[in-house]
Design a protein around this ligand. Structure first.
Ligand SMILES: [Zn+2]
Length: 600
């Protein structure tokens, strides 16, 4: 079926962006005004932060400017993500790109000058304006690593150059790589990133799946040296900045940004590599048996356990499932969900040029927006529950904090979203007696939620840590190093239970995450908190729900350890993680039992 153009889709299933900006013209006019206001801000405050009172006035001004920037930037970026090929949306996005650059160059002096002040000055600001405690505390946390303002300015001016490796990575990936096609039973099947990750790698037809794997990885192989060279520049940059700022290790430098200790980071990787592996190997065996495979290969790990048991669902039907599953979170939460459907916060349609995947954007000062492409498969209720989890998080956090205090550490970001996936699964399991449907629910929790967060991204994290160890020794990283490290991690996790096909080691080439700091390990961190929280809700009901809503309202006012503590979960010990891994093990047990029951 050919994709519709954006102008031909049913407008009732698109998002309504008018509360961000009434139209493109409005956004452009406001962007021009914002640039003028940023210049005025610069004139008023640069070199003039002599008293705490003036500094507070400055923070007030900065708050207003950044709130406006968020609204119009979000408008432009959502316009573009609904149709990347639309010339008006591209133009708008370019205009906002310039606005942001102008804004940064007019406003960046402010933090630099505050960081030059004595601690006593900053503490006085905090005492006189307690609402800015979070903002000032964050400055104080960064102060020891701050460089001379002139050096900071030079670094800021190089920011476009410093982001070049990521741009080059995307150019190779999205423009240069041509995967061609494969032929199965006389039929030609085109291979691309989108086609491979969006279906070929999990295709139940073994010949299609394995041929696609060969074609995909043989093509990647041709670009391994360019991709490794690009990545090596990124690593050298990070190491140089880490040295300049006085960190002993690039890992510590990257963790500082998340306000997370080395212990928490290492534990996540070490414990999952060791304790989760046996459960996932059992799951692989089950996949092998259910699909009648002689050997279980690396390229078979993403196949569904039972593709025939997934029901279909419409957008209208999804509302009832979502409301029922999440109603435990209270009337306000349900009210938000109903508003999301009624007031068109969600873009459901499928059209040419629309961004793939799903995301939630929660601009401060407005309600959240969700992008999803509705496939009409039951799986979408999990995707939507996940995105509504981000929405519910920032709907609460934005309403209860100023713009500086809303975002928690990356360590915590995926907790509210995956929590909703768990609530959805628990709801579906509770309300069905059909073993095939139950097996489908549990297997989707394993193959989507846990596989994605605890296996795919965790293996990335384990590999990434080895790479940074080389970087800390000032070694140059080549394609053969990266292949060796990635292969070692895959071998260690799957052991002899999965045959690791040549090419699997190139999996490091697939992820953009490596250009975003220590991102990969945070997926499992968030889901650990979510699993424990969902189990608390199952066992304790209302008191656990109250704690969780309190955490959502807290925004970014505490670090990940503090937020988890509010949720009754102590992540300074390994108990939450160990309990989560045992829980995954119990889900695999359930799958084994249900499979026996179904097969008779
Ligand atoms: Zn998410």
């Amino acid at each position: 079926m050919a994709l519709l153009s954006r102008k031909d889709v049913d407008v009732n299933y698109t998002w309504d962006l008018t509360s961000l900006a009434s139209d493109d013209q409005d956004a452009i006019q406001r962007a021009e005004q914002l640039t003028k206001d940023a210049v005025k801000f610069n004139d008023a405050f640069e070199g003039k932060l002599d008293t705490p009172e003036v500094a507070i006035e400055g923070i007030n001004g900065l708050k207003k400017l950044s709130e406006e920037l968020v609204l119009i930037s979000t408008y432009a970026s959502l316009r573009l993500s609904s149709d990347q090929s639309e010339p008006e949306a591209q133009k708008l996005s370019a205009v906002l790109g310039n606005t942001r650059t102008n804004y940064a160059s007019n406003v960046s002096f402010f933090e630099g000058e505050l960081l030059e002040k004595e601690d006593s000055f900053l503490n006085e600001v905090k005492n006189k304006a307690p609402e800015y405690k979070g903002y000032i505390d964050e400055l104080l946390r960064n102060k020891p690593y701050q460089l001379d303002p002139k050096v900071e300015k030079v670094l800021a001016n190089f920011s476009n150059v410093f982001s070049a490796p990521y741009s080059l990575y995307n150019i190779t990936k999205l423009l240069d790589l041509d995967f061609g096609s494969i032929e199965v039973d006389g039929e030609e099947i085109p291979v691309s990133y989108l086609a491979f990750e969006g279906g070929l790698e999990s295709n139940p037809n073994t010949e299609i799946r394995r041929k696609a794997f060969r074609q995909f990885y043989d093509t990647l192989k041709k670009y391994e040296n360019t991709t490794a060279g690009t990545y090596d520049i990124q690593l050298k940059q990070e190491k140089t900045e880490s040295d300049l700022r006085g960190f002993d290790s690039v890992i510590d430098y990257l963790l500082h940004k998340q306000d997370v200790s080395r212990e928490l980071y290492d534990r996540q990787i070490d414990t999952i590599m060791k304790d989760l592996a046996p459960h996932m190997r059992r799951y692989a065996k089950l996949l092998q048996k259910a699909n009648g495979l002689d050997t279980m290969k690396y390229e078979d790990l993403k196949i569904p356990l039972d593709p025939s048991s997934e029901p279909e669902i419409t957008v209208e039907e999804s509302r009832k499932y979502i409301v029922d599953a999440l109603s435990i979170l209270g009337d306000d939460y349900v009210d938000m969900i109903n508003r999301a459907y009624d007031e068109r916060w969600i873009d459901f349609v499928s059209n040419k040029g629309k961004s793939t995947g799903a995301f939630c954007s929660s601009p401060y000062g407005d309600h959240p927006y969700i992008l999803i492409t509705w496939s009409s498969l039951m799986e979408e209720v999990f995707v939507l529950a996940h995105e509504l989890g981000h929405a519910g998080h920032f709907y609460n956090a934005n309403a209860n904090n100023n713009i500086f205090d809303t975002r928690p550490s990356m360590y915590f970001i995926e907790a509210p979203s995956t929590m909703n996936e768990m609530l959805m699964a628990n709801h579906l399991l509770k309300n069905s007696e059909d073993p095939k449907f139950k097996r489908w629910v549990i297997s989707s929790i394993i193959s989507r939620t846990y596989y994605h967060n605890f296996v795919t991204h965790l293996l990335e994290a384990a590999y990434q840590r080895e790479v940074y160890k080389m970087v800390d020794n000032y070694e140059t990283v080549t394609a053969s190093d990266l292949n060796r490290l990635k292969r070692k991690v895959i071998d260690e996790f799957w052991g002899d239970d999965v045959e690791i096909t040549e090419g699997a080691e190139l999996t490091w080439m697939r992820q953009p995450h490596y250009y975003m700091g220590l991102y990969p390990y945070t997926y499992s961190a968030g889901l650990t908190i979510a699993t424990q929280m969902a189990n608390r809700v199952l066992e304790e009901g209302q008191p656990a729900v109250e704690d969780w809503l309190e955490v959502l309202r807290e925004g970014g006012k505490r670090d990940a350890v503090g937020l988890s503590k509010m949720a009754g979960i102590d992540i300074t010990t390994d108990k939450p993680l160990k309990d989560t891994i045992s829980y995954i093990g119990s889900l695999v047990d359930d799958l084994e039992k249900l499979t026996e029951e179904i097969d008779g």
